[in-house]
Write a protein that binds this ligand. Structure first.
Ligand SMILES: Nc1nc2c(c(=O)[nH]1)N[C@H]1C(S)=C(S)[C@@H](COP(=O)(O)OP(=O)(O)OC[C@H]3O[C@@H](n4cnc5c(=O)[nH]c(N)nc54)[C@H](O)[C@@H]3O)O[C@H]1N2
Ligand SMILES: Nc1nc2c(c(=O)[nH]1)N[C@H]1C(S)=C(S)[C@@H](COP(=O)(O)OP(=O)(O)OC[C@H]3O[C@@H](n4cnc5c(=O)[nH]c(N)nc54)[C@H](O)[C@@H]3O)O[C@H]1N2
Ligand code: SF4
Ligand SMILES: [Mo]
Length: 732
């Protein structure tokens, strides 16, 4: 007997809807066919046709390379020898060991590590809040958080960039390459807009596929973006193309800004960034046309170490002085959700002040911390809004790894890793490796035996797409969520990550706080306040409220305009709250990293298809499409380094070395763009090989040392790292 169920792919954050044919068998329900579902958000025929990944679902759900049973380490850590155990045995043992460690060292001795936006992380955060540990670490400091924080403090709440063919007069893409990082309609919309004559400006050191369709491409030296943005602001002011009416009424600190940007002339920026002054002026003119301009930034800006926050501040000012805030075709200040939002799901208010004060970031990231959060909450709460707390206050990975190794300022003895592969994706693989080895308890929730999982005490099998319901809610800062129901029960002994944290919680006295037996029930409860039933929602695949614009003009009960929920009630060009936290009044570029003997500059992790971070390297078809890890550079750089296109080379930094295949590409000279995520799932597991993690893993070359991180957010540098290049004469 078979039936058709509406469910979702989850091989990227887009969560396309599919019609899943499910057959009942003696072994349980089985997924036997998938068809794109035109009835549900975000269906687009061209997306699924162009997508390399979704057909993998049918092969992978029954995959023998997946982790299918709870595994306990036998033998030395990393020996690659496992014993199958039951979930109850695993949960009983893990919970009693955690209890013992907490009694000895305090609950903060347990850390968690999370990854990119694959999963619902709130069950992990809820567990940690109730357990009493503030020490969740992630990659937020270099992905998403910088933009969310700076926009929230400049405009009072995060924005959604509104690239809209009907309204946008121009589009700026700054350090983002949707041609390769986004399977969605967004990229196709951009191509169409650019064909229809909407000016598209791309700011990227590489001539990416996105840059190839641009009207104007500015290729700055990595990390010089703040100077570039300040020069664009300078030029807009100098040519008197500011939206004076908007600025006078709604912005704070404009006169100071005018003084501040005086030295940042286009000619000055040309010397620093390498972009021609005439192009900078042209970019300023395009940006400041009276029609709305949509400006979207990406990881090129988030991963600039000390320059991350200043650059974001300059970009947020750019939107403000041209009136491109909460305006259709530019951006929308988002709403708090009608359904239960992240902050309440994660139960952040249950973590005591005393425990918050132990978080490993205090004194190092003034904003990305509990005190930083509390100050911002006073501002957003005036408009009844609360940002998610756990992710935006996360512990700093570098301090957590070092606490594992040194016991300072206190010991970190246990780590739970969920939907993350820190040995490959976090900065400084050697440090991460030594830290993982020092642990008393390492638990990894995974689909695969990743290099990180190979070092674990327990690897627990997670339920994936079609085996679990999905509800994605834009990190708790917007009033929309999308996803759908599971199609089948999890195969083998896989369980949802929710089940794991609930199972642990119930064993550790969190009896009241996990009322829902299943993830689906928890999601039904999440939707209740919005007045939609689970059936209704999963049928449609989305809950959505039409965004309102120009909300600052709304009148309150006293007839006063609402303004923005910042310290001054205006858009803060001079950011009073950041000043309170010890930052400069206006954005100032930080010096770039330089190292003697490392004459080239490395950027890392530019997205490639068909891979995703450290995932899908097990797919043989993909490996044929893109067989080797590359280091791209211009013809002149190849020559300067004594390399040939297609030759293996060694890239080295002060941290280490790794090998890549040289590939000629159009980009500025002196820069090398190195792929990230590489390991070899087909190769030998366990120590010392760990499926080839030591060969071409770019994070062997990166550093997250706290001393070099940005002081508000703790962002480290993945783009703009001094490196050396050396030809290799073997096969790699
Ligand atoms: N040098 C350098 N490093 C980078 C970057 C860079 O540009 N340069 N980019 C950074 C960025 S932006 C990000 S987001 C990170 C990504 O880093 P990660 O998130 O660590 O990497 P992924 O490979 O995406 O995912 C890790 C694992 O999650 C598992 N997984 C997927 N879904 C689930 C789930 O629902 N439950 C569980 N339990 N497991 C699941 C996958 O099998 C995979 O092994 O990398 C960061 N690292
Ligand atoms: N195929 C694929 N898609 C993905 C992912 C994946 O791993 N694979 N990862 C997902 C994740 S986790 C994320 S966060 C998003 C990221 O999405 P994007 O932000 O679009 O990611 P990137 O392709 O890394 O784009 C960053 C661009 O910044 C440029 N850049 C590097 N240094 C600088 C600099 O100093 N200044 C400027 N202006 N630009 C610079 C790089 O050349 C690169 O083209 O993609 C998501 N989509
Ligand atoms: S774009 Fe492809 S991988 Fe992403 S959800 Fe849709 S079908 Fe899956
Ligand atoms: Mo990311």
């Amino acid at each position: 007997m078979s039936e058709v169920v509406k469910s979702n792919c989850h091989y990227c954050g887009y969560l396309c809807g599919f019609l899943a044919t499910v057959q009942s068998t003696e072994a349980g329900s089985r997924l036997i066919d998938l068809k794109p579902d035109p009835s549900r958000y975000p269906y687009d025929e061209r997306i699924v046709n162009g997508c390399h990944r979704w057909r993998m679902n049918l092969e992978e759900i029954d995959g023998t390379t997946r982790v299918n049973h709870p595994l306990r380490r036998v033998g030395e850590r990393g020996s690659g020898q496992w014993q199958r155990v039951s979930w109850d045995e695993a949960l009983d043992d893990i919970s009693s060991r955690l209890e013992k460690l907490a009694n000895e060292h305090g609950p903060q001795t347990l850390a968690t590590a999370i990854g990119g936006p694959h999963a619902s992380f709130w069950p992990l955060h809820r567990f940690m809040n109730l357990f009493g540990s503030p020490n969740n670490m992630g990659i937020g400091q270099i992905c998403w958080n910088p933009r969310i924080w700076i926009d929230a403090l400049t405009y009072g709440w995060p924005i959604e960039v509104d690239v809209n063919p009907h309204h946008s007069g121009a589009v700026f893409l700054w350090g983002t390459n949707p041609a390769d990082s986004d399977n969605s309609l967004f990229w196709r919309t951009l191509i169409k807009m650019s064909r229809d004559g909407t000016p598209l400006v791309v700011i990227d050191p590489r001539k990416t596929r996105t840059a190839q369709v641009a009207t104007l491409h500015l290729a700055p030296k990595p990390g010089t973006d703040c100077s570039l943005a300040l020069a664009i602001i300078h030029s807009i002011i100098a040519e008197d193309r500011v939206d004076h009416e908007f600025v006078e009424r709604w912005c704070h600190g404009y006169d100071e800004l005018v003084e501040h940007v005086k030295p940042f002339t286009p000619e000055h920026a040309e010397r620093i960034t390498g972009c021609p002054a005439a192009d900078i002026v042209q970019a300023a003119r395009i940006f400041s046309e009276p029609t709305p301009t949509a400006l979207l930034s990406g990881r090129g800006v988030d991963q600039l170490g000390a320059n991350t926050a200043p650059t974001h501040r300059a970009l947020s000012i750019l939107r403000a002085i041209t009136g491109d805030v909460d305006r259709p075709g530019a951006c929308n200040i988002m709403a708090m959700s009608d359904f239960i939002s992240e902050i309440d799901l994660e139960m952040s208010d249950s973590l005591s002040e005393k425990q918050r004060a132990t978080q490993l970031n205090i004194g190092h990231s003034a904003l990305q911390s509990y005190p930083g959060y509390q100050g911002s909450r006073k501002l957003t709460e005036r408009f009844g809004k609360r940002l998610p707390m756990r992710y935006l206050t996360s512990a700093h990975p570098n301090l957590v790894w070092k606490a594992m190794l040194s016991g300072e300022p206190y010991p970190i003895k246990a780590l739970i890793c969920m939907a993350a592969n820190p040995l490959v994706t976090y900065a400084d693989t050697n440090l991460v490796y030594r830290a993982l080895h020092s642990l008393d308890l390492l638990v990894v929730l995974e689909y695969y035996l990743t290099p990180t999982a190979q070092l674990a005490d327990y690897v627990l099998p997670s339920a994936g797409a079609f085996e679990r319901p999905l509800l994605q809610a834009h990190g708790g800062v917007a009033n929309f969520c999308y996803g759908g129901a599971a199609a089948v029960e999890p195969y083998y002994e896989r369980r949802t990550d929710y089940d794991f944290f609930r199972g642990l919680g119930l064993r550790l006295g969190q009896l009241q706080q996990w009322p829902d037996e299943t993830l689906e029930q928890a999601m039904q409860r999440t939707l209740e306040p919005a007045g939609v039933s689970w059936q209704q929602w999963s049928e449609q695949g989305i809950y959505y409220d039409t965004p309102a614009y120009h909300k600052h003009e709304r009148l309150d009960a006293n007839g006063l305009a609402q303004g923005f929920s910042t310290t001054t009630g205006r858009i803060e060009l001079v950011n009073e709250y950041l000043v309170e936290l010890g930052s400069t009044r206006l954005p100032e570029p930080a010096p770039l990293d330089e190292e003697q003997d490392y004459p080239f500059t490395m950027i890392t992790g530019a997205r490639i298809q068909p891979y995703w971070a450290s995932s899908y390297f097990n797919n043989q078809r993909f490996r044929q499409m893109h067989p080797e890890p590359t280091a791209q550079m211009s013809e002149a750089t190849l020559q300067a380094a004594g390399l040939k296109d297609g030759q293996w080379l060694e890239v080295s930094t002060t941290r280490g070395k790794a090998r890549f295949l040289a590939q000629e590409a159009e980009m500025i000279d002196g820069i090398v763009s190195v792929e990230y995520g590489w390991w070899y799932p087909e190769e030998e597991q366990g120590e010392p090989h760990l499926s080839g993690v030591w060969r071409s893993n770019v994070n062997l070359l990166t550093s997250g040392d706290i001393e070099g991180c940005e002081p508000l957010l703790g962002s480290w540098t993945f783009n703009g790292i001094p490196c050396a290049l050396r030809a290799l004469h073997d096969e790699g």
